[in-house]
Write a protein that binds this ligand. Sequence first.
Ligand SMILES: Cc1cc2nc3c(=O)[nH]c(=O)nc-3n(C[C@H](O)[C@H](O)[C@H](O)COP(=O)(O)OP(=O)(O)OC[C@H]3O[C@@H](n4cnc5c(N)ncnc54)[C@H](O)[C@@H]3O)c2cc1C
Length: 111
Amino acid sequence: MEFDFVIVGGGSAGSTMAARLSEDPNVTVCLLEAGGRGTSILLRAPVGAVLALPGYGKLFNWAFKTVPQPGLNGRRGYQPRGRALGGSSAINAMLYAVSYTHLTLPTIYSV
Ligand SMILES: Cc1cc2nc3c(=O)[nH]c(=O)nc-3n(C[C@H](O)[C@H](O)[C@H](O)COP(=O)(O)OP(=O)(O)OC[C@H]3O[C@@H](n4cnc5c(N)ncnc54)[C@H](O)[C@@H]3O)c2cc1C
């Protein structure tokens, strides 16, 4: 098979790029994802974020370890990364920051 674009990784960036490129009916796009389809209830329910905690295995999570860190007395850091369509946004905490500095808080939340 041949495609105009091959995107490796169906995470936040890859999925967005694939969606935007696919808006052009004249190009073909292949999105490759190493994990599953990302449709599990564990990912769709917000409580699924606990899967990113240390000790919850590698279900939907690459669960990387850093190299030994001199500043941590040689210990390795835990580095969760999503492994499913949606990538790390499939296991993240869904926190976001609003930066409407010119608005007051009551104005933002009354929209
Ligand atoms: C536990 C956790 C909590 C977070 N909480 C927040 C939050 O509350 N708010 C916020 O704004 N951000 C949060 N983030 C950060 C945010 O989710 C990430 O910055 C963002 O999703 C990264 O997007 P990305 O496209 O760069 O990578 P990812 O979304 O990680 O996508 C990479 C994709 O590539 C795939 N992949 C990797 N190697 C291969 C390969 N060889 N072949 C095929 N596919 C491959 C992976 O499986 C994955 O799906 C959190 C991240 C984590 C891990």
